[in-house]
Design a protein around this ligand. Structure first.
Ligand code: NAP
Ligand code: ZN
Ligand code: ZN
Length: 353
C-alpha cells in the first residue's frame, strides 16, 4: 500500500507553491519510512522552484533538510528502528560503484547521484516518468544508506538545516583543513553562512563575516565571529588584505568576487558555494602573485554528514531558526529574496492543513 503524503509543491516558475497530494512508495527491503516533522528551507529550493538553473520539472516538492521519525523499516534494515530520530539531506541514492561513491563522496557520483527532489526517480511510478519529491511533505521513504541519525541532544527543528546548510559548510572547512588558528572569512550571513561561522569557530578558527550591511553584526558576533566587515566598505576591505587562509563564499546571487581575492593570504582559497549561473570575472594577477585559488564545493558525503551531526551534538551547535507553517512558504521565499532570514526558515509539518 503506497503511503499518502501531504505536501507543498512548486507548479510553475512564476506561480506560488500550492498544496499537493501524492503517494510515497511502501518501504522495500532496504528502505526506511519516515514521518517528516520539520524541513528547512534552503535557498536552492527557491532557485529550483523559480527555475533559476533551468530544467526544473513541475510539479516539484522542494526540501532537502529533513528531520523526522522512523515509522517502518524494510526487512534488510538493522541500523534503524521505528521511533528513531533521523535526517535526510540532499541525496537519496547514488551509483555506489564509481570512484567517488567508493570514497564516500556520493555527492560527486560520476553518473550522478539521485537528488532528494527533482531527480529522475528510478523507483517511482509511472516508471521512467516520475521525479523524486522532497521534504515539504509529511512522509518520505528513503534507502537506509542515505538516512542519517540525529543525535538525541539536538532538537529536530534546529537540526533539520544541518542536513544541507551544515554539511555544505562543514565539508569545505574540513577539506581545506581548518583548525586551531586558521583565519576564515564567511561571505554572506544567511543559512549557509551562519553555519559556516558556528562550525569554523568551533573548529578553532578566527572567523570574520563579510556582509552587505551592518544589520547582522551583533548576531555574527554571538555566533562566534571575531570581526565583521561590510563588503562595500573599500577602506575596510583594503585593511583586510592578505588576512585569510580560506574564504567561504555563500552569496546566492551574481556578485563582484575579484575584490575578495586580495583578502586571501599566500596559498589561500576562496570556495564558492552559491548556485549562481552567470560568469563572475576573476583576474589572474591576484591569483598568481600569492598562489591563490578559487574553488567550488558541493554539499558533502553521507559519512561526513554523520560526522558533522555528531560534532554539532558534541559542541552544542544547531541552527538559528524561524519556524513556519507549510502555507507560509511563499512568504518565506519572498523574505529570503530580500536576505531577511535569521537564519533559516524551518517548516513545521504538524501545522499542515
Ligand atoms: P540565504 O540564506 O538566502 O543566504 C544568502 C546570503 O547571501 C544572504 O543572507 C546575504 O547575506 C547574501 N546575499 C544575497 N544576495 C546578495 C547579493 N546580491 N550580493 C551580496 N550578498 C548577497 O541562502 P543559503 O540557503 O545560505 O544559500 C546560499 C547559496 O548557496 C544559494 O545560492 C544556494 O542555492 C547555494 N547552496 C549551495 C550548496 C552547495 O552544495 N554548494 C548547498 C546549499 C545551498 P548578507 O545579508 O550577510 O549580505
Ligand atoms: Zn540546500
Ligand atoms: Zn557513484
Amino acid at each position: 500500500m503506497p503511503i499518502a503524503a501531504r505536501a507543498f509543491a512548486a507548479v510553475a516558475a512564476d506561480k506560488p507553491l500550492e498544496p499537493y497530494r501524492f503517494d510515497r512508495r511502501d518501504p522495500g527491503a532496504d528502505d526506511v519510512a519516515i514521518e517528516i516533522k520539520y524541513c528547512g528551507v534552503c535557498h536552492s529550493d527557491l532557485h529550483i522552484a523559480r527555475n533559476d538553473l533551468g530544467g526544473t520539472r513541475y510539479p516539484v516538492v522542494p526540501g532537502h533538510e529533513i528531520a523526522g521519525v522512523v515509522t517502518a523499516v524494510g526487512g534488510n534494515v538493522s541500523r534503524f528502528k521505528v521511533g528513531d530520530r533521523v535526517g535526510v539531506g540532499c541525496m537519496v541514492d547514488s551509483c555506489r560503484t564509481c570512484p567517488a561513491c567508493q570514497e564516500g563522496e556520493e555527492q560527486y557520483c560520476v553518473p550522478g547521484m539521485t537528488q532528494t527532489y527533482g531527480s529522475a526517480d528510478p523507483l517511482g511510478e509511472p516508471v521512467g516518468q516520475s521525479i523524486t519529491q522532497g521534504g515539504y511533505s509529511d512522509r518520505i521513504t528513503v534507502n537506509q544508506d542515505f538516512v542519517l541519525r540525529i543525535p538525541d541532544s539536538l532538537p529536530l527543528d534546529a537540526a533539520a538545516p544541518l542536513l544541507c546548510a551544515g554539511i555544505t559548510t562543514w565539508s569545505p572547512l574540513r577539506h581545506w583543513n581548518v583548525g586551531e588558528g586558521s583565519k576564515v572569512a564567511v561571505v554572506g550571513l544567511g543559512g549557509l553562512g551562519h553555519m559556516a561561522v558556528k562550525l569554523a569557530h568551533a573548529m578553532g578558527a578566527e572567523v570574520t563575516v563579510l556582509s552587505t550591511s551592518d544589520r547582522k553584526k551583533a548576531d555574527a558576533e554571538r555566533m562566534g565571529a571575531k570581526h565583521f566587515l561590510i563588503n562595500s566598505d573599500k577602506a575596510a576591505m583594503k585593511a583586510a588584505a592578505e588576512k585569510f587562509d580560506l574564504i567561504i563564499n555563500t552569496v546566492s546571487a551574481t556578485h563582484e568576487i575579484a575584490g575578495h581575492l586580495n583578502l586571501l593570504a599566500r596559498d589561500g582559497t576562496m570556495v564558492m558555494l552559491g548556485l549562481t549561473t552567470e560568469p563572475m570575472p576573476v583576474f589572474a594577477m591576484p591569483l598568481l602573485w600569492r598562489r591563490r585559488s578559487v574553488a567550488g564545493s558541493l554539499i558533502g558525503g553521507i559519512r561526513e554528514t554523520q560526522e558533522m551531526l555528531n560534532f554539532c551534538a558534541e559542541h552544542g551547535i544547531a541552527c538559528d531558526i524561524e519556524t513556519i507553517a507549510p502555507d507560509q512558504i511563499n512568504e518565506a521565499y519572498a523574505r529570503m529574496e530580500k536576505s531577511d532570514v535569521r537564519y533559516r526558515f524551518v517548516i513545521d509539518m504538524a501545522r499542515m492543513n
